[in-house]
Every structure is written in C-alpha cells, then in structure tokens.
Design a protein around this ligand. Sequence first.
Ligand code: ZN
Ligand code: MN
Length: 481
Amino acid sequence: MIINKYPGYQACIGMEIHVQLKTESKIFCSCSNKFGDEPNQNICPICAGHPGSLPSLNKEVVDFAIMAGIATNSKISQTTTFARKHYSYPDLPKNFQITQDNLPICHDGYLIIDLPDNQTKKIRLIRIHMEEDAGKNLHATENESWVDLNRAGTPLLEIVTHPDISNSQETKAYLTQLKRIVEYLGISDANMEEGSFRGDVNISVKKKTDEKLGIKVELKNINSFKYMGQAIDYEIERQIALLESGQKIKQETRSWDSKLHKTIFMRSKGEAQDYRYFIEPDLPILQINEEWINRIKKEIPELAHEKLIRFQQEYNIANYEADILVSDINLANFFEETTKFCKNPKLACNWILRDVLGFLKEKKLDLKSSKITPNLLAELLIELDKETINSKVAQEIFLEMAEYGKSPIHIIKEKDLSQIGSIDDLEKIALEVINTNQEQVKEYLSGKDRLFGFFVGQIMKATNGKANPKILQDLLKKHLK
Ligand code: ZN
Ligand code: MN
C-alpha cells in the first residue's frame, strides 16, 4: 500500500456516493423510472422542466431514503426540505436541480467496515439526501449532440462520509459494504458500470502530526472499484511527492486515465460556480413522524453483515465461505434454499462455491439466467449423500443438469450411472484387474506404492467410473498382499 512508503503522512479520504433508486416512478412526476427505453419515451412537462409545471414528491423515494438511513445508523430528520441548486447544462432543462441543502433527510450515521485480520473501522456519514438526476447528453458526431431526458427526474440518494477513510483498501471495504446494504434493502441495483452507483472521492494528505486537514482534490467520474483504488493510490503518492518537494497542492477536480495510469486535471476549484441554493418553493416542508419511521423499520430485511454472522453460526461454515455467499443476495438465498432441501449445508456450500460459481463464470451467466435451481442441486446432493453416485460421476451429472436443467435422478436412470456398491460385484472386477496385471503387482509389492493409483484407475475404467471408491480401495488393500 502506497501510504506505507511515507510513514510520516496520512491520507484523509471522504466519499460522495450517488445511488440511483429503483422506484416505480420518478421522484417528482409519475413518469416510469425504467432504464434502457428509447430516448425521451418517459418524459412529461415536469421532468422536462416546462415553465409552470409543478413537482410533487414520490413517497416511495422517502421510504427508501428512510430505509437507507436506518440501515446506516443515521438519524432521520423530523423536518426536511428541498432546495434548488442552480447550474446550466444542456441535460438540465430547468437550469436547476432539486436537491436538499441544509436539512437533509438523514444525518450523522456510520458504517463499521471489515478490514483484513479481523480489524474493523468506523466510517462516519455526514448526511444522506434525496435529489433528482439530470438527463443524458448523447454526442452523435463532432458537431451534433442529442439530449435524452429519460433519466431526468430519476431519484437519487447522495451519501456523504466524513474524511475518515485512509487508503484504497478501506475505500473498497466501504463501497462493498454500502453496495451490499442498498442491494439487500432492494432500493437500488447498485451497478457501477451502468451508473446506478457512482462515486466521487475527496482526497487530501497531511503530516500525521498536523491537526489541520490538507488541501483536498476531488476525483470524479470513476466507474469501477478497481480504477477507484488505482486512482486513490496514485493520487496519494502524487500529493505526498508534491509536498515533499516543497510545492503546494492545488484545489482541483481530477479524473482517472486508465490508459495512462494516472489522474489528470479536469478543472480548478477556483472556477467553481456558486450554486445559489435556496429552498424549493414548489414543494412543501416534509414532516416525518415516529410512526412513519417505525413502519419502515419493520420492513427492513436481514442485511448482509447479519446474514454473514448467522450463516457461520447456523450452518457451521467458514467466514470466507459465508462472505462469498452473502456477497450476492441471490447466491445467499440460493444456498439457503438448497440447504433446506438437502439438509447438508457443508456439502451445499462446497458445491455452490466450486461447481456452481465455476460453471457460471465459464458460461458468463448469472444465477438468475442459468438453469441451475436449488431443487435440482439439492436432488443431486441427496444422491451423492446416499452414495447412489460417487463424486466424480456427480460432477458429470452436474454439468448436464446445469446446461439443460435436467433432473439428476433422471440422468442417473437414463445413463445407468448408479454407483456399483456391491462388494461381490466389485471384488470380481478387482481380482480380474489384479490377475491381468501381474507385472504391476510385482512392482507394487516390491515397494512402488504409487502403483496403487494404477489399480484404482483400471477398476474405474472397467466400471465406467461407477465404482464406490471407498469399497474399491478396501478391496484392493485386501487382495494386493
Ligand atoms: Zn415526468
Ligand atoms: Mn448530488
């Protein structure tokens, strides 16, 4: 980690995350809030910013904001207001954005992030506020641009931390945790590549002995966890190098160039405009009472970090295994469903982490679009548990099941894959193999132990892989004397 090269310095990183909410309709009108439609299909005079049109607040957005507040240990404001933030840009038809200024809906929360070696750290949240997104400019040719207002008026939560984060690793831990929270709450798809989870970073460095924070640089428009980490590492080193050579840090906005592998200057903060915030006169002051908050509290599902602890206790699986399972709520649910049917959590966990994830990765599929279901996997694992099949055959059946959605029991019958577990049957085959390979028997008996595997292989070949491996080994040990 970069900062270790300069032990006298400390980086202070704050994050502003914009989370796009997956409500039915937009925040101030009843237009559909759907991604991927034809340009300008989902617009009306309100979100297109026609003069005289009046916004009215979507209650679902407030519900989602309260949910996010509760899940991040934030205080929910009893009184919250909207404000206009003025700037002009082609994708912002009103020339102002409706957001929240000094009375945000949530404030003073925190998250406890997990770090290596069972360390944790508290990251304080300054605020969470509601706001509308702008539209999108589409640059067709060098001289021609189009504006798509489908995204205008899409609800966002902006989640702002104190500069409590110290390095790229903590940034990643914070983002991972926040992303899981909004996914588990079901309030956002939180897809960084599609722009429903966007992060800006403020970074400053200072000598550890300094009380005051250094001058901060903003990193904008970084759309992956990986680039975010690289940009932060680079920026910390750039700033420390400047200070070490006696130069000053300039307050500016920079972006990450993934080809040049460095942050590049975008604009100076000296040029930043005054947003002339004032209270939004077309929306009433919003009062949120205890009753409303209590109703939302009851709707909050089990969150990822709670599931992580429960999985380890209830199913006796390792922390790193549970962590992979809960990293995706669909995978966590898939595991619990499978376990409910096959009653062997350890086996289910092993098969999901190795075979299911391996298959999905190879086929570039996600769980939902694959043909693997908890019922099918459980059916296979029950047969494996009962020793109807051995694990090598189970893997073959799994691949066919995963590819075509076929029932494992059906495949076993169809291909006659049941394991040969009868000692009498296997003993005949074993003796035959021993008799026809006398050369190898001699070598084995003179101390070439690895030849044991040769005999196992021969019997497996003779049984098309269906021999019960344990019985087979016992038989070989008995006769190879
Ligand atoms: Zn609209
Ligand atoms: Mn914002």
